[in-house]
Design a protein around this ligand. Structure first.
Ligand SMILES: *Cc1c(COP(=O)(O)O)cnc(C)c1O
Length: 410
């Protein structure tokens, strides 16, 4: 026996089996794309302490400032006192807590659907529901810029995939016509998936056209409203409400981690879907449910959405002010229609440089490059919230002006 795994370290045969990781990290460093996590040392608010410095953040998804809202804090603390810190196990085994059931009833009412099932995150909601909706033999038709969790959900299926160019309605209709026109195509399950608001560009899906095309092709429609919930529609009911499409979108995925300010995801739709998810969705069956404090804080967040609509009004006032400011300075801000505004820098290294210089000027806006966005459309992504004061946003615009000129972006 000469070939053995147990060669002693330092012997001629010893190789570090993880050496490929070091090589990949070196490559990121060489390209100026290596990132270190920034450490937030305060509450996550419009102004916070990051890496020891007080900055204004334009990087959180905390659209309405709910993560530190007194009603959510109180609800979380009260739930810990009454129900403890953890939920014990997955809901099919340990039993489902009354708080989980109450949250799902409230969410279903809020979204105007028959039923809701919550998941640990928006990510697991997608990886849980997509395989249920696309059994073997199905076809999934998906927008090219859909979120990574949708892409991973699709990867977990044996369905055929068709990706249409971003927001290209002709591309969508063509894909649907080809699927239905092919031999046996009339019988197949077809699932159309789109983000409601696209997370890196901030544009809104063309839902009326998507729904019409899907109806013509008798396809299921799934809208992932992660960035639309709490932002669009009456009291933040989302993109379906924004467009008045109630009853015409079969399945909605939402997150409780962004505007809702806590953590989690959910699938809203017909009761049979919830029942199937309870029996088959793997993140639901094999991963523990939310701690009681999470469910309680989410319930309080729905109360706030219903009782404090002025938060959403302020979010949109800030959005209009900040976008207009960036555009007036001459930045390329893409085609955003929501509080997400990308500032396109070009190369990944330039986007990271823009982000780093802004940070030195007291503004935290994360640089985003490949593979999240195409390399030549690397950017700093900004998100304003209802919490930002006019003065804070003016300070941010001044920093963008200074650094933008320095880097010859404007
Ligand atoms: C953020 C996001 C998710 C993931 O939500 P989490 O609750 O953070 O896991 C899913 N889909 C879209 C479109 C998102 O933007």
């Amino acid at each position: 026996m000469t070939d053995t795994l147990a060669s002693p370290p330092g012997s001629a045969r010893s190789r570090d089996p993880l050496a490929f990781l070091t090589a990949e990290i070196e490559e990121l460093k060489a390209k100026g794309l290596f990132r270190r996590l920034r450490v937030v040392q305060s509450e996550q608010r419009s102004r916070c302490v990051i890496d020891g410095r007080e900055v204004i953040t334009l990087s959180s998804n905390n659209y309405l400032g709910l993560n530190t809202h007194p009603k959510l804090r109180e609800a979380a603390i009260d739930a810990v006192r009454r129900f403890g810190a953890g939920s014990g196990a997955v809901r099919t085994i340990a039993g489902t807590m009354s708080l989980h059931e109450e949250l799902e009833r409230r969410l279903a009412e809020f979204k105007g659907t028959e039923a809701v099932l919550t998941f640990q995150s928006g990510f697991t909601a997608n990886t849980g529901v997509i395989p249920i909706l696309a059994p073997e033999g199905a076809v999934i038709v998906s927008d090219a810029l859909n979120h990574a969790s949708i892409i991973d959900g699709i990867r977990l299926t044996k369905a055929e995939r068709r990706v249409f160019p971003h927001a290209d309605m002709e591309g969508l209709r063509t894909a649907l016509a080809e699927v239905r026109g092919a031999p046996g195509g009339a019988e197949r399950t077809v699932l159309v998936i789109t983000d409601g608001v696209f997370s890196m560009d901030g544009d809104i899906a063309r839902l009326p056209e998507i729904v019409e095309a899907a109806e013509a092709a008798e396809a299921i429609v799934l809208v992932d409203d992660a960035h639309a919930s709490g932002v669009l529609g009456r009291n933040g009911r989302g993109s379906i409400d924004h467009f008045g499409l109630h009853g015409r979108v079969h399945v909605q995925v939402g997150t409780l981690s962004k505007a809702i300010g806590v953590l989690g995801g959910y699938v809203a739709g017909p009761l049979v879907l919830r029942q199937m998810l309870e029996h088959r969705a793997r993140p639901f069956l094999f991963s523990t449910s939310h701690p009681p404090a999470v469910a309680a804080a989410c319930l309080a967040a729905i109360d706030v959405l219903e009782s404090e609509p002025e938060l959403i009004e302020r979010l949109w006032q800030n959005t209009r002010y900040f976008k207009a400011g960036l555009a007036a300075l001459g930045f390329d801000i893409g085609a955003s229609e929501t509080p997400i505004t990308p500032v396109i820098a070009g190369s990944g290294a330039l986007a990271m440089q823009l982000s780093d210089r802004l940070f030195e000027e007291g503004v935290f806006a994360q640089g985003i490059g490949f593979p999240t966005v195409p390399d030549d459309r690397s950017r700093v992504r900004t998100i304003v919230t209802a919490e930002h004061s006019r003065e804070e946003l003016a300070t941010c615009l001044a920093a963008f002006e200074k650094v933008g000129r320095e880097l010859a972006l404007i």
